[in-house]
Design a protein around this ligand. Structure first.
Ligand code: KG4
Ligand code: ZN
Length: 344
């Protein structure tokens, strides 16, 4: 089965082609992403209508490139997948409209996919026999959610950010520090080899719920920079990064223990962060391994995190998600973009 995926939920235009055999083994034929970083860089953030225009321009080109890379023809496609939400509404509509027209033209099933679920299921590309329940942390530019997953399609949002997303906090702090856009990868690079002195607050780290709040951290950085001029940017980078990671880690480990989860799954752009991955591996080894009284059945031995190029937005994750939901086709005339689509 050949699945075509289209992703335009934010500022990356993605087209992917995935081959899935009867046993559920995947073969990636193409995964092309056209980034809009150059366009949004000068504004330090994504402008939805500018992003929409770029998607309209880039999608047909990216589509052609994907088929060329895969070495197949449109008529070979068995199923079309598209991200229908959550995301920036004008952007989502570009992909949704394109996919509807294509599904009609090729007369193939159209499967709408949830962007958050796609960030989780991309981890299933080469993994099977995942042990549930799992705790999923999806951290991107638009979302920060802690999700209890009892199986594919069975999700409960345990907590989420009350204001800024973790990626948004990276991006806004980078802007305050006069670094470029997107801030996450730049901060991550600058922070390498630095040690944090823990000067910034860890908002909501010790609350009993699973919610997050990152806008206070951004404000703390702003006030600190106003009071303390000419700060070393590398030191500031590690301070911001460590404050964000500490909160994400603490709440994820708490949820894993509370729900006796067997697996931790990360996804979303921020999960590309090297220090975050390192700290998760360390915490799982130190805090979770052997947590059960008999010590024989450590319950969080599984840690899934995508390769960095699949942490950030791409269309391959949409094809994988569609594979698992391949029976849930929708009539093209009924499909709508939904900026606030929920996973549970
Ligand atoms: O998932 P994604 O590509 O798009 C959304 O769905 O929002 O996530 C983009 C976010 C941006 O905020 C970016 O700064 C952040 O992910 N990001 C990172 C890293 N790479 C991307 N944050 C921290 N460290 C990174 N290495
Ligand atoms: Zn995303």
């Amino acid at each position: 089965m050949l699945i075509l995926g289209i992703e335009t939920s934010c500022d990356d235009t993605g087209v992917a082609i995935l081959e899935a055999d009867r046993a559920g083994c995947f073969n990636v034929l193409a995964n092309i992403v056209a980034s809009q970083i150059e366009v949004h860089k000068k504004y330090g953030g994504v402008y939805p209508f500018l992003a929409k225009r770029e998607h309209q321009k880039n999608l047909p080109i990216t589509f052609k490139r994907a088929f060329k890379k895969a070495g197949i023809f449109e008529k070979d496609i068995d199923l079309t997948a598209v991200t229908s939400g959550p995301g920036l509404e004008p952007c989502l509509w570009v992909g949704v409209t394109f996919a509807k027209d294509l599904a009609k033209k090729l007369n193939v099933p159209l499967i709408p996919v949830n962007h958050i679920e796609s960030h989780i299921l991309v981890n299933f590309l080469d993994k099977k026999n995942i042990i549930f329940p799992a705790i999923c942390l999806v951290v991107s530019g638009g979302h920060t959610q802690l999700i209890l997953m009892r199986g594919i399609g069975n999700y409960k949002i345990l907590g989420e950010t009350r204001d800024d997303a973790a990626g948004e906090c990276f991006d806004k702090c980078a802007k305050l520090l006069g670094l470029g856009y997107p801030g996450g990868p730049i901060i991550s690079k600058l922070a390498q080899g630095q040690t944090s002195k823990n000067i910034f607050p860890r908002p909501m780290m010790h609350t009993k719920d699973y919610d997050f709040s990152f806008s206070g951290l951004k404000t703390a950085v702003l006030y600190y920079l106003q009071k303390n001029k000419n700060q070393n940017k590398k030191q500031m980078a590690v301070e911001v990064q460590r404050a964000i990671i500490d909160v994400l880690l603490k709440k994820t480990i708490k949820a894993t223990k509370d729900y006796r989860a067997k697996t931790i799954i990360l996804g979303g752009g921020v999960s590309a962060n090297a220090e975050l991955r390192k700290q998760f591996k360390k915490a799982i080894k130190n805090d979770l391994y052997g947590f059960l009284p008999n010590g024989k059945n450590p319950y969080a031995t599984n840690f899934l995190v995508p390769p960095t190029n699949l942490s950030t937005d791409n269309a391959l994750m949409a094809t994988i998600c569609a594979y698992f939901h391949r029976t849930k086709k929708i009539a093209p005339s009924k499909l709508k973009a939904n900026a606030n689509l929920r996973i549970d």
